[in-house]
Write a protein of this length. Structure first.
Length: 281
């Protein structure tokens, strides 16, 4: 499928015609982390299957609906479930909602994800503020901005050295302190791989050597597209499991464990994001 500017506009127009809400903040919820959307007030909910040109979620823990509403007085739109390339979607489909958000007037994008910990000082249940990313698929040609540039969204050559907004990171750190949760907050580098396989021992070690603190199968593509259309970005990675980097380990990565850990920390992450949203200008 080849998306054109008019497709994004058609989806945004349809949403605008169905709700008077005009969110400035969008939140993409990671695996098992969609509970945040339940906290919105005056909710208007659109199942993805009803939204023109929207893909559908296929992964457990990704509900598949777009929720508009107010969080701490701030108008938000929340994706309860995201899209991944391993589901068979292409790069433009995975990132489709981000451009729609931009056309709706969103200025700030908050992303959450579940990830495997690579940094040996991290523990399962830690929440990592993403300070930078390695877009591994993008580095080898699978970048969602490949193809003709759409100038109405952004420029051809995009700077990514300031992808994650330093002011929002500082706000998040300050808020975590106020919440008394610094003990399991980390700040580090998220690496995206395409999945759906979890890492072999040597792949895990290689990613660590590259400078990654966590690894997952999402987020980086959405961030590239968000930055291209000028959105400010804040990202949280919940460490749901530690990547196996020793051959004699009996640990085996699995999605059930990923979802189990998100249940353990979902309320803390929801509380943190809620308080941050309240402070976003
Ligand atoms: O990144 P999110 O969507 O949170 O999901 C993560 O969890 C799944 C693997 O357990 C993968 O989809 C990985 O990317
Ligand atoms: N690639 C990858 N994605 C994850 N998502 C949650 N845990 C993991 C992991 O260990 N590896």
């Amino acid at each position: 499928m080849k998306q054109c500017y008019e497709d994004y506009e058609a989806t945004a127009d349809w949403l605008r015609s169905k709700t008077a809400q005009r969110p400035k903040v969008a939140i993409i919820c990671g695996s098992g982390l969609g509970g945040l959307a339940e906290l919105l007030h005056n909710k208007v909910v659109f199942p993805y299957k009803d939204i023109p040109l929207f893909p559908q979620t296929t992964v457990e823990g990704h509900q598949g609906q777009l929720v508009f509403g107010t969080l701490e007085g701030q108008q938000c739109v929340c994706m309860q479930g995201r899209f991944h390339t391993y589901e068979g979607y292409d790069l433009k489909q995975v990132t489709y909602p981000v451009r729609v958000f931009s056309l709706l007037g969103v200025k700030t994008l908050i992303l959450t994800n579940a990830s495997g910990g690579l940094n040996s000082s991290y523990k399962v249940g830690d929440i990592m503020l993403i300070k930078d990313q390695i877009n591994l698929p993008g580095l080898v040609g699978n970048n969602p901005l490949c193809g003709p540039n759409e100038d109405r969204f952004g420029e051809r050559f995009l700077c990514m050295s300031d992808a994650y907004d330093s002011d929002l990171i500082a706000l998040a750190q300050q808020t975590a302190e106020e919440q008394g949760i610094e003990e399991f907050m980390q700040k580090g580098v998220y690496c995206m791989v395409s999945g759906p396989t979890y890492e072999s021992v040597t792949e895990g070690r290689a990613l660590r050597t590259l400078g990654a603190d966590t690894v997952g199968m999402s987020t980086a593509l959405e961030v590239v597209v968000a930055r291209h259309c000028g959105l400010r970005v804040l990202g949280f990675s919940l460490i749901t499991n530690m990547v196996v980097t020793e051959y004699d380990s009996k640990q085996r990565a699995n999605h059930a464990e990923v979802l189990e850990t998100t249940r353990m920390r979902t309320q803390v992450l929801e509380g943190l994001v809620t308080k941050i949203v309240a402070k976003i200008q």
